[in-house]
Design a protein around this ligand. Structure first.
Ligand SMILES: [Zn+2]
Length: 166
């Protein structure tokens, strides 16, 4: 029997927009992790950076990702990128002190949830300025935060205890 063509499989060779290495994309331009630098792209990251200041699905804007790659750094989003991501995607995750934190944008406020705690902020600005973890402002401890990302980066809530690999 003939194998049915799957548009979601990474069958097409393309160039990684960060490192220039060969990487594999599905028929819609979404790539698997670049075998060289780990970047993933969806074909629209230049506009994404222009319009929203971020990239998808990696969050770090493309131009900064290229700089980070050149310096041999990991792709890590700044707090500002994270806020831009929250405005656009509405559901985000990060890890701090080996605990996950889910941030959800709802009509009733911004919800910051961890295993045993939940805090609600009035707005994105309120969250950006006042979100705190154990009395320390999130914006001040961002260099200790691990793997800030869109919420899909962990497969399910049971996986949240372990940050995904960078
Ligand atoms: Zn690459």
């Amino acid at each position: 029997m003939e194998k049915k063509h799957n548009h979601m499989e990474y069958n097409n060779v393309t160039k990684c927009e960060v490192c220039g290495n060969l990487t594999f994309a599905d028929d819609y331009g979404n790539t698997d992790k670049c075998p060289n630098c780990g970047w993933m792209q969806d074909g629209g990251n230049e506009l994404m950076e222009k319009w929203h200041g971020i990239s998808y699905p990696m969050l770090v804007p493309l131009s900064r990702a290229r700089e980070q790659y050149k310096k041999g750094q990991k792709f890590k989003a700044t707090f500002e990128d994270f806020i831009n991501g929250l405005n656009w995607y509405k559901e985000m995750l990060f890890w701090y002190n080996n605990k996950y934190y889910a941030v959800r944008y709802r009509d009733t406020g911004i919800f910051l949830k961890s295993r045993n705690t939940e805090q609600i902020y009035k707005s994105v600005d309120d969250f950006a300025n006042n979100a705190d973890i154990n009395g320390r402002l999130l914006k001040d401890i961002w260099n200790e935060v691990v793997h800030p990302c869109f919420m899909f980066c962990a497969a399910s809530e049971s996986d949240y205890d372990y940050p995904p690999e960078d």
